[in-house]
Each structure stands twice: as structure tokens, then as C-alpha cells.
Write a protein that binds this ligand. Structure first.
Ligand SMILES: *[C@@H]1O[C@H](CO)[C@@H](O)[C@H](O)[C@H]1NC(C)=O
Ligand SMILES: *[C@@H]1O[C@H](CO)[C@@H](O)[C@H](O)[C@H]1NC(C)=O
Ligand SMILES: *[C@@H]1O[C@H](CO)[C@@H](O)[C@H](O)[C@H]1NC(C)=O
Ligand SMILES: *[C@@H]1O[C@H](CO)[C@@H](O)[C@H](O)[C@H]1NC(C)=O
Ligand SMILES: *[C@@H]1O[C@H](CO)[C@@H](O)[C@H](O)[C@H]1NC(C)=O
Ligand SMILES: *[C@@H]1O[C@H](CO)[C@@H](O)[C@H](O)[C@H]1NC(C)=O
Ligand SMILES: *[C@@H]1O[C@H](CO)[C@@H](O)[C@H](O)[C@H]1NC(C)=O
Ligand SMILES: CC(=O)N[C@H]1CO[C@H](CO)[C@@H](O)[C@@H]1O
Length: 359
């Protein structure tokens, strides 16, 4: 014992103490992370609050004021098929629950992000690429999970997906994945056949699909159904209302698996501004002269009837699409009519609308 140097013993003791202490500390840190229902203090004065939760959720925010927040767990969230803001299908929930974040006061002045971890092994089993994971936000009308590709950010090196650029945090969030090989927005091709068929799940939620030219559908249906859209060249001018012409030489033909099902849908019908310009309709803007018209799916010679103008809105540049709301019956043939912007009391023959006639 006399020759035993005390230094290594001291070191060993110190090392052991440090180890034990670190282990205990680490364990306690996990144990003290907040969980659902706990009140979390948010630092004010734009100090950073980087808060992890027991199940892996992480909130990172800067707030000008001191605040508190509570995260609650919703074990029966709206199903993940009901996605808006991006397209493609099918979407699945990666967790069985969603998060409801409530700040103690209205806060729209934050710099914030939310991160939800995923398990790459589990993702693979479910057929979801990491690049197809999203934190979705419940829409204010609670009919869909909203995805914004511009604020979505997958942090692969940390196995999580996040929403960045947030200015408020109140809301409900769900980690979802799209079971497709392709990533980002996905577009449907015109025609028939399995991969050209849009699948719509019955339920209270909204789903969206977009075709390659931007023809976009937002559909709520109480019964599951499928939809195809075809293009058909050739429009007989005799089937158009007086003093109108068709913008395009073709029509969109929409057919669903069950035309008797009433839907609550919105359509966005793209218009080609160059085609409109080529018709030289005397310098008016598209919103004064474009109207979507429709006739029955099986029609061959019937008249196209303008869709109720109160349901139509022309969205000009940069979108260049006509929005139609409250479409109850999707099946049909659709075209875009170009009409003369009428001066009060004026009736101008169709031939004069389209320059080249008398000019
Ligand atoms: C905000 O919280 C910090 C620390 O909790 C405290 O020192 C500060 O006084 C609070 N500020 C206000 C305005 O209440
Ligand atoms: C929210 O919490 C902060 C920090 O505790 C507090 O200063 C503030 O008064 C609270 N706001 C309301 C509306 O209770
Ligand atoms: C991410 O997940 C993989 C697979 O489970 C794992 O090997 C890796 O360590 C994880 N990375 C992080 C930073 O947790
Ligand atoms: C609709 O479902 C069928 C069968 O599962 C699939 O082959 C097809 O790709 C789906 N349609 C779209 C647009 O993803
Ligand atoms: C649409 O009609 C075609 C025949 O023109 C049919 O083969 C197809 O199954 C229909 N699609 C749906 C979704 O009913
Ligand atoms: C679906 O059913 C609900 C509840 O019965 C009803 O409120 C809603 O209007 C229906 N949707 C459509 C598109 O008919
Ligand atoms: C189209 O279908 C409707 C109902 O299914 C039918 O009454 C009508 O005769 C059909 N029209 C043509 C031109 O086939
Ligand atoms: C400060 C504190 O919470 N300490 C606890 C750390 O964890 C150990 C073992 O779980 C407890 O015994 C301590 O009380």
C-alpha cells in the first residue's frame, strides 16, 4: 500500500463519479422533458427556446414576449388521405396521433419551426421515402391536412421532418408520408388506365388532384370513387352559346366511377393566355371574358351551357386558371368560352369579337 500512488486512485474515483453523474443526469434530463399537457415556458426578448418533448417532438422558437404553451395529443386525428396543398397519393399517417399546440395568448410574431422525428426503418416498411415525409397542418375548416412545399424541410441527418418559416404555432400537426416513388408535387396524366386514375376516399375531408396542364380538383365525396379525365379534339361551333367561341380546340372530358354521387368540389381550369391573345379580343383582361361551359358526359351534339357565373372566378397572372366552386357533379365535358366584354346596352356580333373579321 505504501508504494501505491494515490493519483491513479483519485483519477479512477473522479472518472467513476463523472460517469455515474453523467448517466444519472442524462436519465433525469429525459425524465424531465415535458410531455403532453405540460405547460412550457417560452422565453421572451427574442431569446431562443429550443424545447424537446418526451416523444421526440421539438419546437424551436424566438418570441418577443414571455409566453407559455401546451402540447396536447389527439388520438383520433382526421385521416391522412385528406391532404391539400400538394398532390399525389396515397398519403398515410406516420403516427397514430397528432399534436395540438396552444399558446397561452395569440402570437403571430414568432420565428419558429416544428420538428417531428421519423424512424427510417419504419418508413421503409411502410413504403415511404424520407423525401416524402411532411408535417401537415390541419386547415382552419378542419377538412384537410395542409402541406406547403415551400416551408417543408426534411432533415435527413437527424431523422426528422420540419416546417420552417412559421410565425405562429397554434394549430394541429400530423406527421404524414406519401407512398410514392416520386417526390414533390405529383401530376396525373390524361387518359384511362390505373396510373391515370385519381382515387378519392369517401369521408368528410378534402382531397386534391392535378393534371399535367394545371387542371386541378379539390373534392369532398361521401363515397369513395375514381375519376379519369380525357382530352378530346374538335368542338362544333354550333354547340356554343351565341356570340362566343371556344378558347381551345379541345374539351376536357371528366368521368367518375359513379356519376350519381354528389360531391362538394372545386375545379381550377387552366387557360392559355397566348391562345387568348391570338384571338385578339380587343384589349380586355381574361377575367371579363372567360367562362367555363359544360355539357353532359355522353353528349354528342348538345349545347354547352355556361356554368353559373356566380360560382366562377378568373384568377389572372401568374395563375391563369378559372376557379369553379360548389361543383356537385363532376362528370361532363368542359370547355372555356371567350365572350365579348359587353358595354352597357351594347350587342356586338360575335364576328367582331374576334379580330380578323372586320378590322
Ligand atoms: C420574462 O421571463 C424572464 C425569465 O423567466 C424574466 O426574467 C423576465 O422578467 C420576464 N419578462 C417579462 C416582461 O415579464
Ligand atoms: C402568457 O404567458 C406569459 C408568460 O407567463 C404572461 O406574461 C402573459 O401575461 C400570458 N398571457 C395571457 C393572455 O395570459
Ligand atoms: C437515424 O436513423 C437511423 C436508422 O434507424 C440510425 O442508424 C441513425 O443513427 C439515426 N440518426 C440519428 C441522428 O438519430
Ligand atoms: C389509384 O390507385 C391505383 C390502384 O391502387 C394506382 O395504381 C394509381 O396509381 C392511383 N392513382 C394515382 C393518381 O395515384
Ligand atoms: C371512364 O370511361 C371509360 C370509358 O370511356 C371507362 O373505361 C372508365 O372506366 C371510366 N372511368 C371511370 C373512373 O369510371
Ligand atoms: C356528406 O354527408 C354529410 C353528413 O351527412 C353532409 O353534411 C354533406 O353535405 C355530405 N356531402 C356531400 C358532398 O353530399
Ligand atoms: C345521356 O345519358 C342520359 C342519362 O344517363 C340519358 O338520359 C341520355 O339520353 C343520354 N344522352 C345521349 C345523347 O346518349
Ligand atoms: C434532481 C433529480 O431529479 N434527481 C433524480 C435523478 O434520477 C434519480 C434516479 O432516477 C433519482 O434518484 C434522483 O432523485
Amino acid at each position: 500500500m505504501a508504494h501505491f500512488s494515490p493519483l491513479p486512485v483519485a483519477l479512477a474515483v473522479l472518472l467513476c463519479l463523472t460517469c455515474c453523474f453523467t448517466a444519472v443526469l442524462a436519465q433525469n434530463v429525459t425524465e424531465t422533458l415535458p410531455t403532453f399537457g405540460d405547460t412550457v415556458e417560452i422565453l421572451g426578448a427574442m431569446e431562443r427556446t429550443d424545447q424537446d418533448f418526451k416523444d421526440g417532438l421539438a419546437l424551436d422558437l424566438f418570441s418577443p414576449k414571455n409566453r407559455t404553451l401546451v402540447v396536447k395529443q389527439n388520438n383520433s386525428p382526421l385521416p391522412a388521405q385528406f391532404i391539400t396543398g400538394t398532390t399525389g397519393e396515397p398519403f398515410v399517417a406516420l403516427f397514430t396521433y397528432s399534436y395540438i399546440i396552444q399558446m397561452n395568448e395569440t402570437a403571430n410574431d414568432l420565428i419558429a419551426k416544428i420538428e417531428i422525428p421519423y424512424d427510417p426503418v419504419q418508413l421503409k416498411k411502410m413504403g415511404v421515402e424520407e423525401a416524402n415525409t411532411y408535417v401537415a397542418t390541419l386547415a382552419p375548416n378542419k377538412m384537410s391536412w395542409v402541406i406547403d412545399e415551400t416551408t417543408r424541410n426534411v432533415h435527413r441527418s437527424e431523422n426528422n421532418t420540419r416546417i420552417i418559416k412559421m410565425t405562429s404555432m397554434d394549430g394541429e400537426y400530423l406527421l404524414v408520408g406519401r407512398q410514392t416513388v416520386d417526390t414533390s408535387n405529383i401530376f396525373v396524366q390524361y387518359g384511362q388506365g390505373a396510373t391515370r386514375t385519381v382515387n378519392m376516399t369517401g369521408g368528410s375531408g378534402l382531397q386534391q388532384a392535378e393534371f399535367i396542364d394545371g387542371l386541378r380538383f379539390s373534392v369532398q365525396t361521401n363515397k369513395s370513387m375514381t375519376m379519369n379525365v380525357d382530352l378530346k379534339q374538335g368542338i362544333n361551333p354550333g354547340t356554343l352559346p351565341a356570340e362566343t367561341v371556344s378558347l381551345n380546340s379541345y374539351m376536357w372530358i371528366v368521368n367518375t366511377s359513379d356519376p350519381s354521387v354528389r360531391t362538394n368540389s372545386e375545379m381550377l381550369v387552366p387557360f392559355n393566355r397566348a391562345m387568348l391573345t391570338a384571338l385578339r379580343p380587343a384589349g380586355s383582361s381574361p377575367s371579363t371574358m372567360l367562362t367555363v361551359a359544360k355539357r353532359a358526359l355522353n353528349a354528342t351534339s348538345g349545347q354547352f351551357m355556361p356554368v353559373n357565373p356566380n360560382l366562377q372566378t378568373v384568377r389572372e397572372l401568374p395563375e391563369d386558371r378559372i376557379q369553379i366552386q360548389n361543383v356537385n357533379q363532376l362528370d361532363g365535358q368542359y370547355i372555356i368560352l371567350v365572350t365579348q366584354p359587353k358595354a352597357v346596352g351594347a350587342t356586338i356580333p360575335a364576328a367582331n369579337i374576334i379580330a380578323g373579321g372586320g378590322i
